[in-house]
Design a protein around this ligand. Structure first.
Ligand SMILES: [Zn+2]
Length: 602
């Protein structure tokens, strides 16, 4: 997904990671790319198409019912790159309704729509983009359960570059055996099966039956295997989840797999079945490579709470694409390679974290996708902090920071089915940095990790919002952090500390590019005089403030430094993007100095 680690690690191994920030900041001193990384105005999203708008819209036809169950029964035809089957949508009316909207990619054919059972009454419907508007046979009262059966077929969209350009992946392994999968995080489950394609609505459980003509293949899906049979159509297998699942996580893999079984003993001594399905030629490699899962799972259990899916197990399936967090059936396509120096597999560290943040706790709207991707990315760093130390974790994050774009606020547009990691990885990287910064501002790890655990445990098995996270932060910390989130989540401009020095020693400073309430952000400064360093604290606000230094500033003997001393605990809370030591030389001829509180690219 993001091939950053080897570069960072090369520095780390040579003990040079302290230097990296200097290199990054040297660009800042020369003013390179400043505008690229500090946009003055929010970027403008392209006009959203009708399908994106309709898929995200919480209309009465969608919010009037809650999906409780999906049952998929799908035949897979690799030769024709087609699928055909039934999907039963079990639901409960939340208000009195007589029509509903479900979703299905417009190029897939609805053969029949039936009420309650497969041979039930035929239902009338109309289609616009992916929306399927269904007229129910009668008014359904609030609280009443009902079922809709969709018989459909066709050629689902083929992924051109999975998991970024999504859809079906029809591949062959070295022995020309079919190797198939599907990925649809941002495009949505309705890319290949009929569902209510809203992240806010998760079924309580799902059952998936898949049939494939080649009986020698294995088919793996989410949850536990409940049945496997040979029929006249080939091999049919049924999988079932015991937990809620978001629709983009419902998936399958077909391939000529070897099955490897292992057991993990959880921190609460529970036994968790680990099952790996890999191409037969990779079995020996996989047995060795996947040993690291024990450490990864243990660390996340210690940090966040128990693994959320003990009944459904933990599975990795070798996939014909790099990776995806499919609940209890993670797509593993990293070629069994560990990151240099950090010596773990990125896909395992990242996607496993999603079992907590993304799968168990899910963003209610793609606008809040940082709750999944930012948390999972920060989990990677926390894993390395446990494995090595804090400096290594920070180092792991530093290279990423250069790739923060800040083109748009981290919180995306609401009520649109929109998440495009191809355009910006900020949900991942900036999301992680916001959490790291929050941790520094709170300046108390007991409180910070209590917030993360509480937020997770209060929201697991359901969807949640950024607002609920902010409320949790404020409640657990006993402070009001809205000023922090207003700047780092809802604005894309990065805070700038402006300092102006006069020849007589007066200095003026203020924050710009921030909200009115940002004056709670403190910065610690340090002057380095010929006779040694002097520390001071400044509390800039959004209006101009002033302080006086004792000596006249001259060109050579004054350097300005804002530091997290020795890369250890910050001496006082520090703002985002501002973690490593750097020296800022005050130029004699320039009295106004702008310190951009972001090192990304600077
Ligand atoms: Zn992810």
């Amino acid at each position: 997904m993001r091939d950053h680690s080897e570069f960072v690690a090369a520095f780390a191994r040579k003990g040079l990671y302290i230097i990296l920030p200097f290199i990054l900041n040297s660009c800042f001193i020369f003013g390179l790319h400043r505008n690229d990384y500090n946009p003055a105005k929010p970027g403008k999203y392209d006009e959203f198409d009708l399908e994106t708008k309709m898929l995200g819209a919480p209309t009465a036809l969608r919010t009037g019912f809650d999906v409780t169950f999906y049952q998929l029964d799908i035949e897979i035809y690799p030769d024709k790159k087609e699928i055909a089957g039934w999907v039963e949508i079990g639901a409960k009316a939340l208000t009195e309704i007589d029509s509903v909207q479900i979703d299905l990619a417009s190029h897939l054919i609805i053969d029949e729509l039936r009420w309650e059972k497969r041979d039930g009454e035929s239902l009338n419907y109309s289609r616009t983009c992916r929306a399927v508007f269904i007229k129910l046979p009668s008014v359904i009262n609030k609280g009443q359960s009902f079922k809709i059966q969709v018989h459909y077929s066709g050629k689902p969209q083929i992924a051109t570059n999975p998991p970024w350009y999504e859809g079906m992946v029809w591949k062959k392994d070295k022995n020309r055996k079919d190797w198939i999968g599907v990925t649809c995080e941002s495009d949505g489950g309705s890319l290949w099966f009929p569902c209510k394609d809203m992240t806010s609505d998760e079924p309580d459980s799902a059952e998936m039956r898949f049939t494939i003509p080649d009986t020698s293949l294995m088919i793996v899906s989410n949850g536990v295997l409940t049945k496997s049979e040979i029929t006249e159509k080939g091999k049919s297998v049924t999988w079932k989840t015991h937990y809620p699942i978001n629709v983009y996580n419902i998936t399958f893999y077909a391939g000529d797999f070897a099955k490897i079984e292992d057991t993990y003993i959880g921190v609460d001594s529970q036994k968790l079945a680990l099952t790996y399905y890999v191409l037969k030629s990779n079995e020996a490699k996989a047995r060795e490579h996947f040993k690291q899962n024990h450490d990864i799972l243990k660390t996340y259990e210690e940090l966040f709470g128990d693994y959320p899916w003990y009944r459904d197990g933990f599975k990795l399936i070798e996939s014909p694409y790099s990776g995806m967090e499919h609940q209890t059936a993670i797509a593993f396509g990293s070629q069994f390679t560990n990151m240099y120096y950090f010596n773990n597999d990125y896909i395992l560290v990242h996607e496993s974290a999603h079992e907590w943040f993304g799968n168990a706790l899910t963003a209610n709207d793609f606008a809040d996708i940082w709750l999944q991707e930012g948390f999972a990315t920060y989990a990677e760093a926390l894993f390395f902090e446990k494995k090595f130390d804090k400096a290594a974790a920070l180092n792991y994050m530093l290279f990423d920071r250069m790739m923060i774009k800040n083109k748009y606020p981290l919180i995306g547009p609401e009520n649109l089915h929109y998440f495009d990691p191809k355009k910006s990885g900020d949900a991942y990287i900036k999301g992680a940095w916001v959490l790291h910064t929050l941790r520094n501002v709170i300046n108390n790890d007991v409180t910070f990790f209590s917030i993360i655990r509480t937020f997770y445990n209060e929201n697991k098995y359901q969807t949640t919002t950024t607002k609920e996270f902010i409320d949790c932060v404020n409640r657990i910390s006993g402070q009001d952090f809205n000023w922090f989130f207003n700047t780092y989540l809802y604005r894309n401009t990065i805070p700038v500390l402006e300092i102006e020095n006069e020849p007589n020693g007066d200095m003026y400073y203020r924050w710009v590019n921030v909200g009115e309430d940002f004056n709670k952000m403190q910065v610690c400064g340090q002057y380095r005089m010929p006779d040694g360093a002097r520390d001071f604290k400044i509390y800039p606000n959004t209006t101009v403030a002033k302080f006086k230094v004792m000596s006249i500033l001259t060109k050579d003997d004054i350097k300005y430094s804002i530091s997290e001393q020795n890369s250890s605990e910050p001496i006082i809370p520090l703002p985002v993007y501002f973690h490593a030591n750097f020296l800022y030389k005050i130029k004699q001829n320039s009295r106004l100095h702008k310190i951009y509180l972001k090192q990304g690219g600077n």
